[in-house]
Structure formats: C-alpha cells, structure tokens
Write a protein that binds this ligand. Structure first.
Ligand code: EPU
Length: 339
C-alpha cells in the first residue's frame, strides 16, 4: 500500500476546488483498511473515505489527515430464487457499471438509479435516489469495518437508518464505519408503473409499453443527459442542495403567496418542496455568482465555471441559501459532504 503526500484533492473531486490532502492512499482489501486505520490512530490523524468525489467538497486549507480511496472490488451472487437475486458488491466498484450489469441480467430494482456517478460504497452513505427509486429499497445489509470496536460488522438495512438523502454514515456515525461490501436484493419481475413523471413522459413519447429494466435505464440516461451537466466537462456535484422538507403549517402559509408551489407528500405527513423551484423563483437560475453558475436547466445544480477557491463556492452557496431563507423562510441544506 503506497501512501502519497500532499496531494491536490481538486483532482479527485468533481467540483475541482479545494486544497491538498496531507496523505492519500488506495485500499484494495480489508487488511489494508485495518493497517491504514491503525496507522492513522497511532499518528492521531483523522481519515476520510473518498469514493468518486462527486459528493465531497474540499476546503481551501485541504485535509490534514489521510484520505483513503476505497478500491475493494468484486461481485458475488449470494442466493437466487425464482423471483429474486441477492448480490454482494465491493464498495470500490463504479456504481453505474454495477447498475449496467444488473440491467444486462434483466434484474429490476436499481435501473432508475442509472447514470449516477460515484462508487457502490458511497451509494448508501447519502441513500442515492432518483426517478422514483432510492438505493435503501434494495439494500439488504452491508459489511463494514467498525473503527471504534476494531471489528468487522454486518449492518442490516434498519441499522443504517436510511431516510431521504441520509443514513447513519453521514449523520450520527460519521467516520465510524468503513463500508467494504454492500448486499442488494434485486427482482426478476419487470419494472412496474407508476413511473416518475419524466420517465413516463419519455416512455409515452417513444411509444414504449413493454417495461424492462433496460428501457427504464435508457429513459433515465436520456433525461439525465438533458438535465444534468457531465461532471467531466462541467465541474459539479449533481444536486448541490437537498430538496426542502416542510411541515403542514409552513405549506399552508406558503400557498397564500405561492399558490403554484410544487410539493410531494412524504410518508410521515410532511411535504417535500423542490429546492430547484425555490432557487428558480428567487431569480438565480442561469446566474453566475463568484464563478459558480446556477445551471440553466436545473437550478439545483451548481457548476464551477470560473471559481478558483472553495471560498468562492461557499459565497455562492450562502448567497443562494440566504435569499431562500429570507424569501420563503425555508432553510435549505447542502447535499455534498465537506472536508
Ligand atoms: N424544478 C424547477 N426549477 C428547477 C429545477 C426543478 O421548477 O430549476 C421543479 C421541476 O419542475 C419539478 C421539481 O422541481 O417540478 C422536481 O424536479 P426534478 O424532477 O428535476 O428533480 P429534482 O428535485 O431537481 C431530484 C434529485 C436528483 C434526481 C431527481 C430525479 C435531490 C436533491 N435531487 O432532483 O438527484 O436525479 O430528483 O429523481 O433529491 C442528486 O442528488 O445529485 C440528483 C441529481
């Protein structure tokens, strides 16, 4: 295991901003994870696990610790019945390559999560979700190294406490577990309507009435290409903010001024309001702030057009969030993790 010193993290995150990592290494096995964590503890250094860098933003001072890139690979079918398949996948595998493989196997469950950048191990951290699916719906369990007890553990879906764009891994148990493998349960049955509105529109436009994982994947990839900038060409983090979750009384208040406010019902009786809509209403769509462009096709996405520092990004973010707070009395939350 090679440990590199003073590595510019902007080359490893899709927003392409921020300072250096004091140390950086790739891990390919559980033994390597244990060795590097012991070393970090002995030197009293913090660590951070980096996947594809699409949901991490880096301060200008960089990270005074060890950045660990998880490269644990492998896929194994654990069990199969006439209706289901359980697959265990290494945390370092590319998420979309895994999705493609499951779609090629005609399995249903994660096809709407096509085209999401990043790794398999990062998917549960923020409970990736898109076009009507959340990864939490198909995760059975995951294996992790618990840096607190120094043991290998298996966490059930319930243990992970998944909710909208959240789990224990970015909340109460941040930097405790290092995810090594994720086990998914996928289905042999075809995808069932109702589909996400944009997906159904695509299917209708293409007169598709036979639903397979492949047609849903194709629809999602086409919609994403149209709405989301390619991070390889235009540095961005996908949605920079989470959608807002508001209470019943807040919605009643807001509807007096904004009768057309779009909302989605949450299972707990609250409402999700698209932050892209709020940002658009506040007049930011397409605008350039401190070198950061508010995407003209989806105001939830911030593109680093000419920003030179994390400070530029933070100024743009704070300006947008401040105006949303003053206009709608809603506090919006950033989606990427910050180191
Ligand atoms: N909207 C606007 N203006 C905008 C953007 C959106 O009015 O600039 C409105 C749309 O008209 C629509 C609603 O907001 O009524 C929702 O828009 P959309 O379906 O495009 O989805 P989103 O809420 O912007 C979320 C996820 C995306 C995911 C899509 C599709 C979050 C934070 N984002 O975006 O995830 O792909 O739904 O399911 O939940 C990501 O997390 O990086 C990401 C791209």
């Amino acid at each position: 295991m090679e440990i590199h010193t003073n590595i510019p993290l902007k080359n490893f995150v899709t927003m392409r901003l921020g300072g250096n990592a004091r140390f950086m290494t790739d891990v390919r096995s559980i033994d390597e994870i244990i060795a590097i964590i012991d070393r970090a503890a002995a030197q009293n250094l913090p660590f951070y696990i980096l996947g594809g860098g699409s949901n991490t933003i880096v301060h200008d001072e960089g990270f005074d610790g060890i950045v660990i890139r998880n490269r644990i690979m492998g896929q194994e079918i654990l069990s199969e019945t006439p209706s289901e398949v359980s697959i265990r996948v290494g945390a370092g595998e590319q998420w979309d390559e895994f999705v493609k493989k499951t779609v090629d196997m005609r399995l249903t469950g994660i096809e709407a999560l096509s085209g999401i950048p990043g790794t398999v191990g990062a998917a549960p951290v923020q409970n990736i979700g898109a076009y009507g699916q959340e990864v939490a719906e198909t995760i059975v369990s995951l294996d992790a190294y618990d840096t607190q007890s120094k043991t290998l553990v298996s966490l059930s879906n319930d243990d992970c406490r998944f909710s909208y764009r959240n789990s224990i891994f970015r909340d109460t148990e941040m930097v405790r577990y290092i995810i090594t493998f994720v086990t998914f349960r996928l289905y042999k049955s075809a995808p069932q309507p109702p589909f996400y509105e944009a997906v159904q529109r695509y299917l209708d436009e293409h007169t598709i009435t036979i639903y397979t994982p492949q047609v849903i994947r194709d629809a999602v990839l086409a919609i994403r290409t149209d709405k989301l900038p390619d991070p390889k060409l235009k540095p961005n983090n996908g949605s920079f903010f989470k959608n807002a979750i508001i209470e019943d009384w807040q919605l009643t208040d807001l509807r007096e001024t904004y009768p057309d406010i779009p909302t989605y019902n949450m299972p707990d009786g609250r409402y999700k309001v698209p932050t892209g809509w709020l940002i658009e209403q506040a007049g930011f769509k397409g605008k350039l702030l401190h070198g950061i462009r508010v995407h003209d096709k989806n105001a939830l996405v911030l593109i680093n057009e000419s920003a030179t520092s994390f400070a530029d990004l933070a100024s743009a973010r704070d300006e947008i969030a401040g105006k949303i707070r003053d206009t709608f009395r809603i506090l919006i939350e950033q989606e990427p993790l910050e180191i």
